[in-house]
Design a protein around this ligand. Structure first.
Ligand code: PMP
Length: 459
């Protein structure tokens, strides 16, 4: 089959995630056929630097034979068995132990799921169950953040703060509130109230959390949920004042902290978990993606002692679980992935070498006329596009971000757009030379985007 054949079948039968089906049908999909290292290849023979690590997940890069071998061996030995009904199997047990070894000291248990969304569903049910067991069944409200992303299941969508998602498919899960996000560029520099000091803005966001807690009543609030750095929202790195101020607010009230590590976990920010970078000591951490470097689907919730001890000691049966909770082949691949990351010092390299190197090279793009801010932390970065004529954000209708993303693809670079924010999250095995290539291609794409936007609109 050639590209056209695949596109025709795709158009005829395949509904893609987060996609305008009609628009994609008119355009046709790009067919990705193979990959190695940080590069993907399409059916037309293009080799493209994948600066998104798939969907923020291929942390060890493509083509690691050790992961293939781990999957193969496990599929031969025991392709499937469940963890219900008083049974388990070696890969699930060994992965649980390894994860708890890597996690902060107060975290010693994990509940496995098939994805990050399921991890957040699990977390929500677990948090409410915890408070019920503590004799406070009214403590049900979860406070999350506007423009946060926590998945696409009903609970994941409800916990997320993406308004367009809430508007489709019926009402979200009740007793979830959203507070403002610490997105300084979008809401502190250009938002209502104008150009605010970033640190004051970060503190104001924490104050908004406190106001929300007081409005709902501390006695009704179960948990605060947030990503260390917002991923899908636009690689939003909070001002330095934000997390310490949030921690201070939470310390005043008896509310659990849930840190969604689905993207920031497993080395992305230069620590095994984003919450270690920010010293957050969360009660629960949903995980997925980089856990298996995306080779097979697996997620989970890391559960701190405070919650786990109560669930275990006072709990009785927790009526929750998935057929693929701790799937043997997925668990075996995840275990091997973590062992390789450990043995190859991947996390330390991100923290000490690649992260600082990317920060330096990425920051150079801030001098480009259509870049209003270039930020990065670890191996996650963003460029905010602005109109060079006005110094303001582009008119949304121009679709500058999507234009830049499409140009990137043509130039051999996967960079994603979130509105007019361009984001990257490359595999953690990227080399300095490949970072140079990434930055060079990004600059070329910015040039081409500017040239395109300057062309008078066709009559
Ligand atoms: N949480 C976060 C922070 C995510 O970025 C994502 C996925 N992008 C999810 C949860 C949901 O994970 P999944 O797509 O595996 O369900």
């Amino acid at each position: 089959m050639n590209t056209r054949d695949y596109q025709a079948l795709d158009r005829a039968h395949h509904l893609h995630p987060f996609t305008d089906f009609k628009a994609l049908g008119e355009e046709g999909s790009r067919i990705i056929t193979r990959a190695e290292g940080v590069y993907i290849h399409d059916s037309e023979g293009h080799r493209i630097l994948d600066a998104m690590a798939g969907l923020w997940c291929v942390n060890l890069g493509y083509g690691r034979q050790e992961l293939v071998d781990a999957a193969t061996a496990q599929l031969q030995q025991l392709p499937y068995y469940n963890n219900f009904f008083k049974t388990t199997h070696p890969p699930a047990v060994r992965l649980a132990a390894k994860l708890c070894d890597l996690a902060p000291a107060h975290i010693n248990h994990v509940f496995f799921t098939g994805s990050g969304s399921e991890a957040n569903d699990t977390m929500l049910r677990m948090v409410r169950r915890y408070w019920a067991l503590k004799g406070q069944p009214q403590k049900q409200w979860i406070i999350a953040r506007e423009n946060g992303y926590h998945g696409s299941t009903l609970a994941g969508m409800s916990l997320g703060g993406m308004a367009p998602m809430h508007d489709q498919g019926g009402p979200p899960v009740p007793k979830i509130a959203h507070v403002r996000q610490p997105y300084w560029f979008g809401e502190g520099r250009f938002g209502e109230g104008g150009d605010q000091d970033p640190e004051a803005f970060g503190r104001a966001c924490a104050e908004a959390l406190e106001a929300q807690i007081l409005e709902l009543g501390e006695q009704n609030v179960a948990a605060f949920l947030a990503e260390p750095v917002q991923g899908a929202g636009g690689a939003i790195i909070p001002p330095a004042s934000y997390w310490p101020a949030v921690k201070a607010v939470l310390a005043k009230y008896d509310i659990l902290l849930v840190v969604d590590e689905v993207i920031c976990g497993f080395g992305r920010l230069g620590e095994w978990f984003g919450s270690v970078h920010y010293d957050l000591k969360p009660d629960l951490m949903p995980i997925a993606k980089g856990l298996s470097s995306g080779y097979l689907p697996i997620g989970g919730v890391l559960v701190g002692d405070r919650v786990a001890d109560t669930l275990i000691e006072e709990g009785g049966e927790f009526f929750h679980g998935f057929t693929y909770s701790g799937h043997p082949a997925c668990a075996a691949v995840a275990l091997k992935n973590l062992e390789l990351m450990d043995a190859e010092d991947i996390v330390e390299r991100v923290r000490d070498d690649l992260g600082p190197y990317l920060a330096r090279r990425w920051a150079e793009l801030a001098d480009h006329p259509i870049v209003g801010e270039a930020r990065s932390l670890g191996l996650m970065g963003a460029l905010e596009l602005i109109d060079p004529e006005t110094g303001e954000r582009f008119d949304k209708a121009l679709g500058a971000g999507n234009l830049c993303r499409d140009i990137c693809f043509e130039l051999g670079l996967v960079m994603r757009s979130v509105g007019d924010t361009m984001i990257i999250s490359p595999p953690l095995v990227i080399t300095r030379g490949e970072i140079d290539e990434l930055v060079t291609k990004a600059r070329a794409a910015l040039d081409a985007t500017l040239a395109d936007l300057r062309q008078p609109a066709a009559e």
